[in-house]
Design a protein around this ligand. Structure first.
Ligand code: ACM
Length: 679
């Protein structure tokens, strides 16, 4: 560990020292060990690759994809010259497992010198990871595209680094999922957790139980052929696909076709709201159904792990059903939790009979279950530690919920080994396998799902791959932004979709003023959009408002806030910072006059008028505060009181969005009135 720290600090110092001569290394996730060299490897039209050692069709496809991606990134149609040494030599000692295993060796070594690069790995899976690092190394320099000289030795910190994508609430087509797999592979994630069924839709074709999709979906689901092809696509990219069928709660979609599975009496709908029907764990017929269903799905999904959900079981229907209460008493159970544990025990046996390991959300933790199961922690970090103390392996998703619209830094700060897990013994810690980000799909469509996942998912990928000590936030943001641009070369649309959506709102009008507003707002956080919705969510409503187009995190607001901090730390003397702050404030002050005519013309923008007015007022307030600061005399109390009133008003969500420049403007106003900074 100490050596690692020395290597890392050496890297940081060396990176600073050579900032003039070498481009910054925009690697994410940061490798375990990076030693910069001198010089750089030019990447030009004659770029070529040679493979030695273990060789298979999957590796050939990977190398082809790698070359195509490098070609897209640099714009070169490569024309390798014959008879010259290859630019990049690849060597793997061994091939990969036909079904990727948890903990399969992903390590690699990559050496780049001015004369050529070499990538070696114990397995072809490690080659996959190393090629992604090479792609991130290539940057534009004054001398053209090049990879800096460097020696990288790398392996993951955790073997399980996943992304959950919910395709039930809003169906996500295979092509959209595929480009997200490409993004995951680019940041070395290795598990897609596919949340395939929930109250709002059952998304997998079952040949044994066809009514699951015929009646339990809106007609949008994946055929078994599509699923097998998708799993092969994921395997080529070093990604396991773990299915989740969430039971006994979150299961209304099953009951439209198979009401006998339910502990209630219906009627059932996919629209949500009202009752919360759950499965009946007291009938033998339920287990017979699950035996057949799981046997079918276990064949379709080759991964060794099978997620049964198990979260948020609302026991009202168990309470209301006399037969179920009778069963609880007859079996000496105390409550619904005991009944769910009984259900899980039966389920675990079925899953194990199909040669799978059962994974479930943290509600399934119960001493009656065998230690082979995996506990997936979502309600807090303590459940991960509690599971490990009882001898269960665990995964962390608490803190990694992308749908909560947190800034990247907040996800980045959460470490699977921190909080309650920090007190575990080394033996207990070894049970923590990693974690998964979660993209729940209440508020996304295929059009904007990428922007809810990326680029923030890259920092969670780094948390799970890189050494625990890699946690500098400024470096993270710089590297995340670089990776974000690269991800669009893969076909992800997290940046471009926003512009398309703003154009939809604006018609054919110029959107430059609209962009200025959209750049400084963020969606409301946590579940506040949900609580603002009157009644159940309409999952077929269009998601075409400004909140649906904007990024979860405003880069402009973060940069502006940093500028104000720089200015404050200089005692409000730094003229360069002040000039930039003034430029932003004036842009915002004048923006409403430019934007207002457009807001009135389109129904999709009318709700944003107050937001635009508040942004202008904040711009004006900030400029006046700077004038007072420049004059060196405190702003009058009456002015300050008035501005703080405006600031309080601007903190309220409008059209389900937050103006993210309020706090730094407040800081300027308070400073101009001679007050210590608010934060
Ligand atoms: C969950 O978010 N209910 C797992």
């Amino acid at each position: 560990m100490r050596n690692l720290l020395i290597v890392l600090s050496f890297f940081l110092l060396a990176a600073l020292a050579s900032a003039q001569s070498q481009p910054q290394l925009n690697l994410m996730p940061m490798p375990a060990s990076v030693q910069p060299g001198t010089g750089q490897l030019p990447i030009n039209q004659s770029f070529s690759v040679a493979v030695t050692g273990n060789h298979d069709a999957s590796l050939d496809r990977e190398v082809q994809r790698f070359v195509a991606q490098l070609s897209r990134q640099t714009g070169f149609p490569f024309r390798p010259k014959s008879g010259v040494a290859p630019t990049l030599q690849i060597h793997a000692d061994h091939g990969r497992e036909a079904v990727q295993k948890l903990g399969e060796d992903e390590s690699y070594e990559l050496t780049v010198a001015d004369s050529g690069a070499k990538l070696t790995a114990p397995t072809t899976l490690g080659v996959l990871r190393g090629l992604q690092t090479f792609l991130q190394l290539v940057q534009i320099t004054p001398a053209g595209f090049a990879a800096p000289s460097v020696t990288i030795k790398d392996q993951p910190r955790f073997p399980w680094r996943g992304t959950l994508i919910d395709v039930s609430r809003h169906f996500i087509p295979i092509d959209v999922l595929k480009r997200n797999l490409d993004g995951m592979a680019a940041v070395k994630m290795n598990v897609l957790h596919w949340h395939l069924s929930d109250d709002q839709g059952f998304r997998v074709e079952s040949k044994k139980f066809p009514k699951l999709t015929q009646m339990g979906s809106d007609g949008m689901f994946y055929t078994q052929g599509e699923i097998s092809e998708f799993i092969a696509y994921a395997h080529d990219r070093g990604i396991r696909v773990m299915p989740e069928f969430d039971i006994p709660g979150h299961s209304q979609s099953w009951f439209l076709g198979y009401p006998e599975l339910s502990s209630g009496s219906g009627p059932y709908t996919l629209e949500g709201g009202g009752m919360n029907p759950i499965m009946d764990p007291t009938r033998e017929s339920t287990y017979k159904f699950l035996e057949n269903f799981i046997a079918e799905m276990a064949k379709l999904f080759p991964d060794a792990y099978f997620h049964i959900g198990g979260d948020e079981v609302d026991g009202k229907q168990w309470d209301a059903n006399p037969k179920i209460q009778e069963f609880i008493h007859a079996h000496g159970m105390k409550n619904n939790q005991d009944l769910q544990a009984y259900f899980n025990q039966r389920l675990q046996k079925i899953v194990a009979k199909n040669h799978k390991i059962m994974v479930g959300w943290d509600e399934i933790l119960h001493p009656d279950l065998p230690k082979t199961i995996i506990v997936h922690s979502w309600r807090g970090q303590q459940s991960l530690a509690a599971a490990a103390k009882q001898g269960y392996s665990g995964l962390l998703s608490f803190g990694y919920y992308l749908d909560l619209m947190w800034p990247a830094a907040r996800h980045y700060a959460i470490d699977p080994m921190s909080d309650a897990a920090a007190t575990l013994t080394p033996q207990e810690k070894s049970l923590i396998l990693g974690g998964e980000s979660c993209q729940w799909a209440e508020w996304v469509t295929p059009e904007n799902v990428d922007s809810h996942i990326w680029p923030r998912n890259a920092v969670i990928a780094e948390r799970l791959w890189s050494p625990q000590e890699v946690k500098d936030v400024a470096s993270m943001y710089a590297r995340m932004n670089a990776v974000s641009l690269d991800l669009e070369w893969l076909g992800l649309t997290h940046r471009s979709a926003r512009l398309h959506m703003l154009h939809r709102m604006a018609g054919s009008a110029d959107i430059s003023a609209l962009r200025i507003l959209a750049d400084v707002v963020e969606p409301v956080k946590d579940y506040n959009r949900w609580s603002d919705t009157k009644g159940p969510i309409d999952f077929h409503a269009p998601l075409t408002r400004m909140i649906d187009a904007v990024s979860p995190e405003s880069d402009t607001a973060r940069h502006f806030s940093d500028l104000v901090q720089t200015f404050a730390q200089s005692g409000y003397k730094d003229q360069a910072a002040e000039a930039q702050i003034r430029m932003w404030l004036a842009t915002w002050r004048d923006n409403d006059a430019r934007l207002h005519p457009l807001l009135d013309q389109t129904s999709l923008l009318q709700e944003d008028a107050p937001l635009s007015q508040d942004l202008s007022a904040l711009g004006a307030a900030g400029l006046q505060a700077l004038d007072y600061l420049d004059k060196g005399q405190p702003a009058p109390d009456s002015w300050k009181t008035q501005q703080l009133g405006l600031i309080e008003q601007s903190k309220q969500p409008m059209a389900d969005m937050l103006l993210m420049v309020v706090a730094p403007v407040q800081q300027l106003v308070e400073a101009s009135a001679g007050q210590a900074p608010h934060n």
